[in-house]
Design a protein around this ligand. Structure first.
Ligand SMILES: [Mg+2]
Length: 318
């Protein structure tokens, strides 16, 4: 069994590890976003490229929208659609670095006065990874209780993506983070367990395909192109799950792999970072990365506040 038991990691350290993991994945991956990938990946797997030499970009949408989600949960003591929309809009109006197409059009509609639950993009162009990239704090909130996780993901997701694929990717990410932060992540069976939580979608199929590729030890340079390197929800979730399951005991290698294979590297790496950080805690991330990460102290503070809210959280059932 490759069960990633990490019982010596305290829950607050998992919260900081998760949010720092999002930012590390984003900042390391953003430097390589859109890069074809295979050359750098080949050099890395052959030991000709030391990941200590990875460069960091400033935050993009992944970190900015994740911290906005966390701040909203802290302020509202739970998931509140109008407040989330207000915080996303504030980020958009401050420049919205790295914004995706669906989020851009949703924010434009919000700006022009359309209601928060009616602005989200619909149709095939809304099947992106923009929900999954920002949803880790909802997974952390539901470490207290998984009840309501899916409803909260939907409340958050529809602000920008009224699309089953995008929402399924968000739910998958939130479950993985919640399981990891409560030490219930079984990486060996992760693909099957996650797919079981999702409606029939291309995203669920891609997660299962990723699990099969990892189990059959299909090497990354073959697996990544099969799963797809773009920013579609199914492509991102497939490559995320492959990274986790192919390197079940090596979260740094999983994160670096998410970065060096190119394509939508920052979002892929941000989600891998969220799940690995929640599972192994902040200590898993190399000191040099943390020292270089922009805004690391603020992220730690946010994670601590989110932990405090979570410990006093009772889902709104009844
Ligand atoms: Mg980004």
């Amino acid at each position: 069994m490759t069960k990633a038991r990490t019982t010596d990691v305290s829950t607050p350290v998992r919260f900081t590890g998760c949010l720092l993991g999002v930012a590390l994945g984003d900042c390391l991956g953003a430097y390589w976003e859109g890069y074809p990938g295979s050359e750098l990946a080949e050099a890395y797997y052959e030991g000709r490229f030391d990941p200590v030499n990875l460069r960091m970009s400033p935050w993009t949408d992944d970190t900015a929208m994740t911290t906005a989600t966390a701040q909203s949960i802290i302020d509202c003591r739970g998931v509140d659609g109008p407040d989330l929309a207000t915080k996303y809009l504030r980020w958009f109006e401050s420049g919205g670095r790295g914004i995706g197409r669906a989020t851009y059009h949703s924010m434009k509609r919000l700006q022009s006065g359309t209601a928060w639950d009616q602005v989200g993009q619909q149709g095939e162009y809304a099947a992106g990874n923009g929900v999954a990239m920002r949803i880790a704090p909802i997974g952390l909130l539901h470490t207290a209780d998984l009840d309501g996780l899916e409803a909260d993901c939907k409340t958050c997701g529809i602000i920008t993506h009224r699309n089953d694929e995008a929402l399924a990717a968000g739910v998958a990410t939130a479950y993985a983070v919640a399981w990891a932060a409560t030490d219930k992540l079984d990486i060996e069976t992760l693909a099957v367990q996650l797919a079981a939580q999702l409606p029939p979608t291309r995203t669920a199929d891609s997660i299962l395909q990723a699990g099969q590729l990892a189990e059959s030890k299909t090497p990354p340079l073959q697996a990544f192109p099969q799963l797809g390197l773009g920013g579609s929800a199914y492509q991102t979730m497939g490559t995320v799950i492959y990274c986790l399951m192919y390197w079940p005991r090596d979260p740094v290698k999983a994160l670096v792999s998410a970065v060096v294979n190119g394509g939508d590297a920052d979002t892929r790496a941000a989600i891998v970072g969220a799940i690995c950080g929640a599972n192994w805690g902040e200590e898993v991330w190399p000191d040099r990365w943390l020292a270089e990460l922009p805004g690391a102290e603020g992220i730690r503070h946010l994670a601590t506040q989110l932990y405090e809210v979570t410990t006093n959280y009772t889902p709104g059932t009844g």
